[in-house]
Design a protein around this ligand. Structure first.
Ligand SMILES: *Cc1c(COP(=O)(O)O)cnc(C)c1O
Length: 407
């Protein structure tokens, strides 16, 4: 059964091919595809299309066809939505053309003029940007809060607070947030809790089970997994999905079918990729802790991490990405390190098979809790190169850093 998304007015849940009792790896392998609908071909093809034809007046007025128009979905997109819905344990999922557009769509679906939202100070910087600019112009005010605030967020929540935005761990700085405590406080006043779950993926963290109302993924990262497509997903619980779907539809947000195909293909191997990313990243993170010139390694699965207990309580695994704080040194030392890497590439994004290094400056944007750590922060994404080659590359880089610092 294809059981696709029903046409526009219906809020029926997405594709039900997947049974919720199945384990994540079975969902990833079999979810959202039905070879019998495609002459036995294993993968759902790329449905490129705008117009969908209706045979009769009854059919076009009755809205009984599974698909009505390209923008509102086709099998390539609904199949991906079905997999993510099943993984997150959501009522439904919508695709967006990028992670950032998934975040903006999620926010737009819960706020209106005069409302106020609380956003973690550790949020991905473009999330802050849309809040400070577009949402601000629409009359929504944003306040930033300490990612480690936990139940204390109750003191910040006011009568106009409509949403609390969580990102755990935080971009660049990897604070773990107490999602259940935050959700409790938010729900007392009917505010919705939105979370960016790109780092852990639903394999290692299940925000809807811990009280979130909407879960966002930069599908560009782990879901696609090969640095070859942009995408975003938004999943919501039953109480929130209707408003999400309505806003998504009203704003005309849609994902390209070719990109949807790449997300579907990436998802099939998500679990085994995550296991390898996790193992390799942890290996390198703990090795880095002992290196000369390293002040701290910000990886929530390390015992040295201040939120390690919270991490172990709520997460079942860790991602590919962490940061390393180097002892203070001038900019030239950072340049000496990053300009001469042989294996690590320098660039934005993460989630692909290749390892990446990125110098970052979290202090530039923080407003709720100033970033006071001295030293240079580098974010690492650990891919699938040989771990010893990665360590050798970092080791040589650290030696250049120390030499430039001493010189
Ligand atoms: C990259 C990223 C996004 C945005 O995703 P795009 O697809 O690049 O728009 C959102 N959140 C986090 C945590 C990210 O790393």
């Amino acid at each position: 059964m294809l059981s696709p998304r029903a046409p526009a007015q219906s809020l029926e849940m997405a594709n039900q091919v997947t049974h919720s009792s199945e384990k994540p790896e079975t969902i990833l392998t079999h979810g959202g595809r039905n070879p019998a609908d495609h002459f036995g071909f294993v993968n759902t093809p790329v449905y490129r299309g705008s117009t969908v034809l209706f045979p009769t007046l009854d059919a076009i007025e009755g809205r009984t066809q599974p698909y009505g128009y390209g923008r509102t979905g086709n099998p390539s997109t609904t199949d991906v939505e079905a997999v993510v819905t099943a993984l997150e344990g959501a009522a439904g999922t919508r695709l967006a053309p990028s992670g950032l557009s998934a975040i903006t769509t999620a926010l737009m679906s819960v706020v209106g003029s005069g409302d106020d939202i609380l956003v973690t100070d550790s949020a991905y910087e473009p999330t802050r940007n849309v809040c400070n600019t577009v949402l601000g112009r629409m009359g929504v005010s944003t306040r930033y809060y300490d990612p480690r605030i936990g139940a204390g967020i109750a003191d910040l929540i006011g009568p106009d607070t409509k949403a609390v935005f969580v990102e755990s761990p935080g971009s660049l700085t990897f604070e773990i947030q107490d999602l259940p405590a935050i959700a409790d406080a938010a729900h007392k006043v009917g505010a919705k809790v939105l979370i960016d779950n790109s780092w852990a993926t639903p394999l290692y963290f299940k925000p809807l089970e811990l009280g979130a109302d909407m879960v966002i993924h930069a599908g560009t990262k782990m879901f696609v997994g090969h640095s070859d497509a942009m995408s975003g997903t938004i999943s919501a619980n039953a109480a929130t999905f209707e408003q999400l779907a309505a806003t998504h539809r009203a704003m005309g947000i849609c994902a390209a079918p070719d990109e949807a195909y790449l997300i579907a293909r990436g998802l099939r191997t998500l679990s085994i990729r995550m296991q390898e990313h996790r193992r390799r990243a942890l290996d390198i993170a703990s090795w880095l802790e002992g290196q000369d010139g390293v002040a701290a390694v910000l990886h929530p699965a390390l015992e040295s991490h201040p939120d390690n207990a919270l991490f172990r309580r709520d997460f079942s695994g860790s991602g590919s990405l962490f940061s390393v704080l180097l002892e203070p040194a001038p900019r030239e030392a950072v340049a000496a390190l990053v300009d001469n890497m042989r294996v690590f590439g320098m660039g934005y994004s993460w989630g692909g098979y290749e390892s990446l290094i990125l110098p970052t400056k979290p202090g530039r944007v923080r407003t709720a809790v100033p970033w006071v750590a001295e030293g240079n922060l580098l974010r690492l994404h650990i891919g699938f190169e040989d771990v010893d080659d990665l360590k050798a590359d970092l080791s040589d880089g650290l030696e250049r850093y120390r030499a430039a610092r001493a010189g």
